[in-house]
Design a protein around this ligand. Structure first.
Ligand SMILES: [Zn+2]
Length: 401
């Protein structure tokens, strides 16, 4: 996609496109549990348009590229508007609003709708997670390997994909949707069901707000397609495909970042890293994310038990702990990915992330050990009590009765 064509498109979409858009939106609205069906009132705090948020939030944004950025604090300071505020700030910082001639009112409306379409009753997959992933994505976009080769279009897509990558997430996983015959599983034929839904929801909002309606139709279609390709890459069940492709490129030193398809692949890898970077954050942040994601798993398990469905792996609160889930996740998913990422981008940030992950893993292992020891002590105390109470229950001479 040429950048020149992107920035000098026609003023409006043709009527055929508008008709297609209308049909798509009707469908989205009706079937995709839109904010209207969920009965969420539209309350748009307009003051954020003027960046008139509190001084502290503004102060935090000056250090938005720091790896220890506390998104939970930022969300509080922005009154729950971290995703809107952060994304708008980053788009402005890169000059993308001017460069792509984005209409501020449309952009604002788009970001408000994106944030609203995240379910804030999900313990984990909510708009704060999306804001966290967007912040991490920004950190990666700033890395020399990417910053020296990415185009403005790549950066715009990377940030938008991060902000929308879990849009309208229902708080349960794909196997749950399949076994409960959810319409989304049927619609997307049991393949990347959630990711397809996130993508299509994002496209619905892009079209509804007309954010790219001033671009040539072909360019906005390309943007939508590339956005999809980035979001679909976050499907964790396809982790090995992406990782082995990445590894092969690194082994053969064959990544050529002048090539659009290679840059796109690197963006996919960056988004994958951003999506699962929780174990690489400082302990205080990482621990909170771990607890939140586990609570979401356990809530799914509770629903499965209630409806007498097989409880999904990791979702049973009786047999799993935050620590064991985290240690396995780091060992089998995060460490291999971030190990390769550090080969690709051998920087201080990559070393910092690996360092945090090592420390966090050790902390979880320590906590696991403490819990096991406490449980053993409890059991042996209970055993001793049981033995004691036995002798009390059968007092000397009781057999006489
Ligand atoms: Zn995510």
């Amino acid at each position: 996609m040429s950048f020149a064509r992107l920035s000098c498109g026609s003023a409006s979409a043709d009527s055929g496109t508008e008709k297609r858009v209308h049909r798509l939106l009707s469908f989205q609205r009706y079937l995709h549990s839109s904010r209207l069906l969920r009965g969420i009132p539209q309350q748009i705090p307009l003051h954020i348009l003027d960046e008139d948020y509190s001084g502290q939030a503004k102060c935090m944004l000056e250090k938005v590229g720091n790896w220890n950025f506390d998104i939970f604090l930022f969300d509080k300071l922005t009154n729950g508007n971290s995703l809107i505020t952060l994304t708008l700030h980053l788009l402005n910082q890169y000059g993308l609003v001017d460069l792509f001639q984005l209409d501020m009112v449309k952009l604002w409306r788009f970001l408000v709708l994106v944030q609203e379409d995240y379910h804030n009753d999900n313990p984990y997959h909510n708009s704060v997670h999306a804001a966290d992933v967007t912040q991490a994505m920004y950190c990666y976009l700033q890395e020399p390997m990417l910053s020296k080769s990415l185009t403005s279009c790549d950066i715009l897509l990377g940030l938008l994909a991060a902000a929308t990558h879990d849009l309208d997430h229902p708080g349960v996983n794909q196997p749950f949707l399949i076994k409960t015959d959810h319409y989304l599983a049927t619609l997307y034929r049991n393949t990347s069901v959630l990711e397809n839904h996130h993508w299509k929801s994002a496209v619905g909002l892009l079209r509804e707000t007309g954010l790219f309606s001033h671009l040539p139709a072909e360019d906005s279609m390309n943007m939508e397609r590339e956005l999809g390709s980035l979001i679909l890459a976050t499907d964790i069940s396809r982790q090995n495909d992406y990782l082995s492709r990445f590894r092969t490129h690194l082994d053969q030193d064959s990544l050529c970042l002048n090539t659009a398809s290679h840059r796109h692949f690197v963006l996919q890898m960056a988004l994958k890293c951003a999506d699962i970077c929780n174990p690489c954050r400082p302990w205080e942040l990482s621990k909170q994310w771990s607890e939140k994601v586990t609570e979401e798993f356990f809530q799914q398990g509770d629903i499965e038990k209630k409806h007498k469905l097989t409880v999904s792996p990791l979702c049973d609160r009786e047999t799993n702990t935050v620590g064991n889930i985290q240690i396995d996740f780091m060992t089998y998913v995060a460490e291999p990915l971030f190990g390769e990422w550090a080969r690709f981008s051998d920087t201080r940030l990559s070393q910092t992330m690996l360092g945090h992950m090592g420390l966090n893993k050790a902390s979880w292992a320590g906590l696991q050990q403490e819990q096991t020891t406490a449980k053993e002590a409890e059991l042996s105390a209970a055993g001793a009590d049981a033995g004691g109470s036995h002798s009390k229950e059968i007092p000397q001479g009781s057999r006489e009765y």
